[in-house]
Design a protein. Structure first.
Length: 172
């Protein structure tokens, strides 16, 4: 048997098997109980279960992008939350919401480092913001709140990151 003929038979067998699966699903066929054939893989050992520190940062960024002040403020805790709520009260809800949208318009991308555990209830994540003309990085400190959710407790000042090729530079 030639290699070409073997490849043809193998292709036909794969197509036939796929057809049997599709027809079987439409006919309501099911695998026996306890079968592990189609069970999703279990997460690797040591994989985090539940919310991660980075989840709070992504929620904060998503809320800011759409101007959802309530969701944005819910991502913070402690003195940061108090200061932000005071800013909202001084600006007014509408202006604060617009401020969140405007401050995120220029962001082209985000890079988050792996969380560094400081204690069992405190973590640090380096966040790098990518803009058209620059990159900026901050250390974000998070605390685990009741219920296991993470909230942003404080941030270090922003540092400018030198970029070799600015975002959006055409490639020749």
């Amino acid at each position: 048997m030639t290699k070409q003929r073997q490849a043809r038979y193998l292709t036909l067998a794969v197509i036939a098997a796929a057809l049997v699966v599709v027809v079987g699903q439409k006919a309501g066929w099911q695998l026996p109980a306890g079968s592990t054939l189609l069970r999703p893989a279990e997460p690797p050992k040591g994989a985090p279960s539940g919310p991660e520190p980075r989840d709070a940062i992504y929620k904060m960024l998503d809320a800011a992008r759409i101007g959802d002040a309530a969701a944005y403020l819910a991502c913070y805790t402690g003195q940061m939350e108090t200061m932000l709520r005071q800013s909202q009260a001084e600006m007014g809800a509408q202006k604060f919401s617009q401020y969140l949208i405007d401050s995120n318009k220029e962001i082209k991308g985000i890079a988050l480092s792996e969380p560094a555990s400081l204690t069992d209830r405190e973590s640090r994540v380096r966040v790098e913001y990518v803009y058209q003309d620059r990159n900026e990085a901050q250390q974000v400190y998070l605390e685990k709140a009741a219920g296991g959710t993470w909230r942003i407790a404080r941030v270090d000042s922003t540092e400018r990151v030198k970029t070799l090729v600015p975002y959006g530079t055409p490639v020749n």
